[in-house]
Each structure stands twice: as C-alpha cells, then as structure tokens.
Design a protein around this ligand. Structure first.
Ligand SMILES: Nc1ncnc2c1ncn2[C@@H]1O[C@H](COP(=O)(O)OP(=O)(O)OP(=O)(O)O)[C@@H](O)[C@H]1O
Length: 267
C-alpha cells in the first residue's frame, strides 16, 4: 500500500479508542479518552510518569478491564467477536513490554517460538526457520538464537523481544518504552530498526516512550496523555504550539532544545 506520509489515503484507522474510562476503586485513571492510530504510522505516546500510559496500553490489549468506552482494533471490536475471532485478532498484534520480558529459562529462539506454539501448529523445523528469520530481521547475529537472555546485552535483549513481538507477522505492534535502559547510540539504532521495519513490513507502531530522541527522529505523530485523556495529538510542531505547561516544558525544555532546533529554541 501507499506509505507516503500525510496523504489522505494513509488515514485508515487501525486502532480507535473512543470515550475510554478506566479506574481502580475510587481512582479514575483515564476519563473518556479518545485516540486514533493510523495505518503505517509510528505513533509516539508520552505523558508524565504515572498518568496512565501503561494502563491504556494494557486496557487496549485487554489485560485490564474498562468501565466504559469502545476499542476497535483493525476495524474490529473485541466485544462483538467470537472467541475464535478474538484469537485471530490477537495474532495480528505484537507486543514488546517495558522490560523486554523474555523468559530467562528459554533461549532466544525458544522465546521467539512461544507465540508460534501458542497460536499455530507448525513443525519444529519450520518454527526454527521462522525464528532465524526474525533474528536476522531484528539485526541479531545468527548465534544469538541459542543464547539465553542472561548472555545478551541490553540492546540484544530488546531486539530479541522485538523479534518475539514480530513472531506472528503482526500488523500492529505495541512497544512500551523500547529504548529505556539503552545508551544513546543503542537507542538511536533501535529507533532506526523500528523505522526500517515499519517501512519494509508495513507495520503500524504504537510506542510509549520518554525518549525525546525517538519522538523527534522516528515518530510520525505524537499523542500526549494528561488530565486523564489525550491532551493533544499531532506533529512535533503541533506539540510546540500547544498551550499547556507540561507539554511546553517537555517539548521546549533544555533536553528538547538540545535535540531539535526550532526558531523559538534558545541555547
Ligand atoms: N492494577 C492496578 N491497580 C491499581 N492501580 C493501578 C494499577 N495499574 C496502574 N495503577 C495506577 O494507575 C496509574 C497510572 O499508572 P501507569 O503505570 O499506567 O502510568 P505510566 O504513565 O505508564 O507511568 P510511567 O511513565 O512511570 O511508566 C498509577 O497511579 C498507578 O498506580
């Protein structure tokens, strides 16, 4: 499909959240939040610590219950689906949780094959070939296949976790702070990999991040969580123009200024 940015035909919505409310006891975390993610984009999702970024991602993935609201993934509403249809939809999603979450007792190859075992019934030889393919796709050396997570660097663990997220060739991937814990070079390389995979595989990427470099370098659009909903979504320019103290200090703060040069940025 046409992956050109900014043209109206890209605006097929692959994740649509409407009026979502989530709370725990008397505490409301998300209040009538709405958000759209478009096919083929890398959406960066930011917000102050504790505002509910993980809660939103987990609710979208049905790991947390919601009080009200509608969530449509790839045009489908889980509530309207049969069990078999839900499983089919789950297979089109890939997830990289914040700390990589690889099983330490399994090798990289076995970790990547977990979703295949869960959802597919494939011969071992084919699963091995697929795992090697994902390993190559994420820039890991072939010998990483038989290593255990404890034998890998932080950057390699992220790549292995990404390879696992891609195990079933998903359409939409959720990444929770994928570059956290990486040094700036490792983080930049990982960002580059994500952009490359989006281009070659036609992925849509929903990325929770605190990493300003990622936001400025690979995200097509940014959504900011605040006041229990999406305060603003759009480009970096939209963020810079948005009148909210947190958004202003985040995108115009000292760290941001050292990354992006805008006409308003002062050294
Ligand atoms: N299972 C739960 N039960 C009760 N409260 C929860 C639960 N999960 C999250 N919360 C609360 O929801 C709020 C939002 O948490 P969340 O982890 O989504 O924040 P976040 O934006 O992802 O933060 P960070 O950037 O620090 O990761 C927090 O106040 C947290 O304590």
């Amino acid at each position: 499909m046409d992956m050109q940015k900014g043209t109206p035909q890209d605006h097929e919505i692959v994740l649509s959240v409407e009026d979502l409310t989530v709370g725990f006891g008397s505490k409301v975390i998300l209040d009538q939040l709405s958000l759209d993610v478009r096919r083929g984009e890398i959406l960066g999702f930011v917000g102050a610590s504790g505002t509910g970024k993980s809660v939103l991602m987990r609710t979208v993935l049905r790991l947390l219950p919601r009080r009200s609201g509608t969530i449509r993934i790839l045009g489908q509403d889980y509530d309207q689906l049969s069990e078999a249809e839900r499983t089919a939809l789950d297979m089109r999603l890939g997830v990289l949780f914040q700390h990589g979450a690889l099983f330490s007792s399994l090798t990289v190859k076995e970790n990547i094959q977990l979703p295949m075992r869960e959802y597919l019934d494939l011969p071992q030889k084919l699963m091995d070939e697929l795992a090697h393919l994902k390993i190559a796709l994420t820039g890991l050396a072939p010998d990483a296949a038989d290593k255990y997570p404890s034998e890998l660097s932080g950057g390699m663990i992220k790549r292995a976790a990404l390879a696992r997220a891609l195990a079933l060739d998903p359409d939409l991937v959720f990444l929770d702070e994928p570059t956290s814990g990486l040094d700036p070079i490792g983080a930049a390389e990982f960002d580059e990999l994500i952009a490359q995979l989006r281009d070659t595989l036609g992925l849509t990427v929903y990325m929770v991040t605190h990493d300003l470099d990622s936001l400025f370098s690979v995200c097509d659009r940014i959504a900011v969580l605040g006041k229990k909903r999406v305060l603003v979504e759009g480009t970096v320019e939209d963020m810079l123009a948005f009148d909210d103290p947190w958004v202003q200090s985040y995108f115009r703060g000292k760290r941001a200024r050292s990354i992006v040069r805008t006409e308003d940025a002062r050294p």
